[in-house]
Design a protein. Structure first.
Length: 315
């Protein structure tokens, strides 16, 4: 089952306690596509500038990712610069939309049968334009960040209404809901439209909250809400570069889900574990380096570690 993804394909400048890189391949759609490509066919919609190198495009194509939907425009590629004082929070130092500022996404004819749509982090106006061109899609999942929550609130709420799954991090969830308690924030966000909400907690894993018509596994409830599901993250001795961990989580999660014959609560829970696995690999090297070298065997071996990490013998 093919996934169509729209989102940033970019160059990043990154500073972490482990070192500094002035410019490397990045972007939400880039990390997402690389992670999802281990599970299923991936097609990308984005725009890049004249500075985008053939070598960087081949990072995607060499993993079998279809880049026919990446438009090459006059001007410079999206550029983001950030630093980390702790591994769970990026501090944005610079965001240059460049060619994304005037972008109007057009779907190549051969993309129209994609059954899974991922609206990776980018202007929600662009996310909505792609969504509108995919009326028959089976499952729509989306991401966003503080930059868009603050600058494009109305457009973002429009996107949220059409989502099956929203994946955001702790801080973004609290900002979006204007609420400091995560459970209350989740309830408010589910009222905005997404059927399921996944909140990422950086090095501490991720939690899914379920609304009506969602992937909730049973009728179990805690208080007045459906019982959430929590997936772990692997405790790592060194995080070299957290950039892209969230997008890689989303790619592992959605890629696995799209590869399954049926969308069930059980496949949803496995998908959350695969998300954690891909996120844990992404942070081991700067930029997309680790994802470029990864193998499916390594992914499955780590998935088994994740299972053992949380296994409980029957009482
Ligand atoms: P994350 O997975 O959250 O660490 O996402 C990191 C990626 O998001 C980087 O490679 C950036 O290029 C990209 N990014 C940063 N800011 C934005 C933004 N405002 N819109 C879209 N993508 C962004």
């Amino acid at each position: 089952m093919a996934i169509l993804v729209v989102g940033s394909v970019a160059y990043d400048g990154i500073e972490t306690p482990a070192g500094k890189v002035d410019r490397c391949l990045g972007g939400a759609a880039t990390y997402f596509s690389l992670a999802a490509s281990f599970f299923t066919e991936v097609r990308v919609i984005a725009v890049v500038g004249e500075d985008f190198s053939a070598a960087d495009e081949s990072v995607l194509t060499s993993r079998g990712i279809d880049t026919a939907g990446i438009e090459h425009a006059a001007g410079k590629s999206f550029f983001w610069r950030g630093k980390y004082e702790n591994v769970n929070e990026a501090i944005t130092l610079d965001t240059q939309l460049n060619v994304f500022a005037g972008f109007s996404p057009k779907l190549p004819e051969q993309y129209s049968d994609s059954e899974f749509l991922f609206l990776a982090n980018i202007d929600p106006v662009l996310q909505a334009q792609v969504r509108a061109q995919m009326p028959k899609v089976k499952l729509v999942c989306g991401d966003t960040m503080n930059y868009w929550i603050q600058s494009q609130r109305g457009a973002l709420e429009n996107v949220l209404r059409g989502l099956d799954v929203l994946i955001i991090n702790d801080g973004e969830a609290k900002m979006l809901a204007d609420e400091n308690n995560l459970v209350r924030a989740a309830s408010k966000i589910l009222e905005l439209g997404p059927k399921t909400l996944i909140v990422k907690h950086g090095e501490f894993g991720a939690t899914a909250f379920f609304g009506d018509g969602s992937f909730a596994s049973s009728g179990a409830r805690h208080g007045h809400i459906s019982l959430p599901f929590r997936a772990p993250a692997l405790p790592l001795a060194e995080v070299v570069d957290p950039t892209g961990a969230g997008d890689s989580f989303a790619g592992g999660f959605f890629g696995y889900l799209a590869s399954q014959p049926e969308l069930t609560p059980a496949s949803f829970r496995n998908a959350m574990f695969y998300g954690g696995v891909l996120g844990s690999f992404a942070v081991e090297r700067f930029g997309t380096e680790r994802l470029q070298q990864l193998t499916r065997e390594e992914i499955d071996a780590r998935f088994n570690l994740f299972r053992q990490l949380t296994h409980l013998d029957a009482a």
